[in-house]
Design a protein around this ligand. Structure first.
Ligand code: AMP
Ligand code: GLY
Length: 425
């Protein structure tokens, strides 16, 4: 099969690395890709949101399978456009229709979906500029901390958790009236704060059958001990001890099955991955958010643990016979540490030479914001490189990732040294 993978982050390097290992993959293109994906296939300069260009590329390169890494093209309807075009309708698309992508594209849609299908989530109400005063009244009925979410896609920045009522009212005003996130915050979901521990759970589905992939913990804050602003993710660990068999059984029966049944009932076609951001509240799972793609950096921890063929998994997703796929998972721990640019998640510099990549021993390195420049690799984003190690002991996997992370150098490099520390016994 000829495969086109869209995206350019660490998630896409991990996907490209895994896809390239499959005997089912003949030729792999990544668009736009990064310095890491280029090691696994051929990068193509293709704007992922220009669907006419994607269609032309699919035809020209005789692509059989399109794998969509990030959410934006899905929310913009790439699966529908490719599927409805007679010249590309044969292409197997990994990623949901625009209707399915609304689970991530609109927080209110996701909330209504969960309510309709009895899927546990925080209580909420949503507001627009017209109902701003009602929003203030609603906030006054809640206890702190207050959770406010821009309805639409806001590159992971649309959620505010505020301690004071005044602060919450300010945020509501900024989002609705000040249009803090443009169109994305024309509607705001205000919801109950859930106290607990978070875990990311990944589901592969053909729209009817589903397979649970290994879960992971994401470290979202920039600072050690979970302090400072939120980032795209500073590291990940898989598996997660508190997601034990009893908890995962509840996830399957209360969340995964009702989600798939709900999609079927609502006539929403969904072939791809569902990322459940869950909160474990005293042993009971609640959905914090749905994402319609794999997580980043979770993918960099999850994929190295999967020993079965990933392209075959995707083929089963597209062909609707996921019941025939047998997932094999390696029981070892994976610890992923993300090396980021100084200043991230605020402003940071790009273009700094990355050294030490050839010194790595016993870890996988997945490039994120890293680009080729002549013979060198330079930083090109906030999250630059992910280092993943596997071991039967979490402590050992952690140690290897930290040792290798220390060897990778670029100007003002920063990484969290406490990834996985809280999960060690
Ligand atoms: P999201 O972008 O929806 O993943 O939200 C960002 C982060 O905010 C989540 O990962 C949680 O840590 C936190 N969060 C979101 N919603 C809630 C909630 N209802 N209760 C507690 N924390 C939340
Ligand atoms: N790691 C969180 C995300 O991919 O959205």
């Amino acid at each position: 099969m000829n495969i086109l993978l869209l995206g350019s982050g660490g998630r896409e390097h991990a996907l490209a690395w895994k896809i390239e290992q499959s005997p089912l993959c003949k030729k792999l293109y990544i668009a736009p890709g990064n310095a890491g994906t280029q090691l696994c296939g051929t990068n193509a300069e293709l704007p992922v949101n220009d669907f006419d260009e994607v269609v032309s590329f699919l035809i020209e390169k005789q692509i059989d399978m399109l794998v969509v890494g990030p959410e934006e093209p899905l929310v913009n309807g790439i699966a529908d456009t490719i599927g409805q075009n007679p010249a590309t309708s044969h292409v197997k698309i990994i990623g949901p229709s625009a209707a399915g992508a609304m689970l991530e594209g609109s927080k209110q849609f996701a909330k209504e979906f969960m309510q309709r299908h009895n899927i546990p989530t925080a209580a909420y109400k949503s507001f627009t500029a017209e109902s701003y005063e009602e929003g203030v009244d609603f906030l006054e009925t809640l206890k702190p901390p207050y959770v406010l979410k821009a309805d639409g896609l806001a590159a992971g920045k649309g959620v505010a958790i505020v301690q004071s009522l005044d602060g919450a009212i300010d945020v509501l005003q900024g989002m609705l009236k000040g249009k803090a996130f443009g169109k994305a915050s024309e509607k705001v979901v205000v919801e109950e704060f859930l106290e607990g521990t978070e875990v990311s759970v990944f589901v592969a589905t053909d729209g009817k059958n589903w397979v649970l992939l290994p879960e992971a913990k994401d470290y979202k804050r920039i600072g050690e001990g979970d302090t400072g602003p939120n980032t795209g993710g500073m590291g990940a660990v898989s598996p997660v001890a508190f997601a034990d068999a009893e908890f995962m059984e509840k996830v399957k029966t209360r969340i995964v099955q009702p989600t798939i049944d709900g999609l079927l009932k609502d006539n929403i076609s969904y072939k791809g991955f569902i990322f459940l951001g869950l909160m474990n509240v005293n042993g009971d799972p609640y959905v914090i958010e749905y994402n319609v793609r794999m997580g980043d950096p979770e993918t960099e921890a999850v994929l190295p643990r999967i020993s079965s063929d990933w392209v075959q998994l995707m083929q089963c997703i597209a062909d609707g016979n996921l019941q025939d796929y047998s997932l094999e998972v390696c029981p070892e721990f994976a610890v992923t540490v993300m090396l980021v640019s100084g200043g991230y998640p605020g402003s940071y510099e790009k273009g700094h030479v990355i050294t030490g990549l050839d010194q790595i021993d016993g870890s996988h390195v997945f490039y994120a914001g890293a680009a080729e420049k002549g013979e060198k690799v330079v930083s090109s984003g906030g999250r630059v490189v992910a280092v993943t190690s596997l071991h039967t002991s979490l402590e050992e996997a952690r140690r290897t990732s930290m040792e290798n992370a220390e060897k990778i150098k670029f100007h003002q490099v920063n990484f969290r040294k406490d990834i996985g520390l809280d999960l060690q016994r």
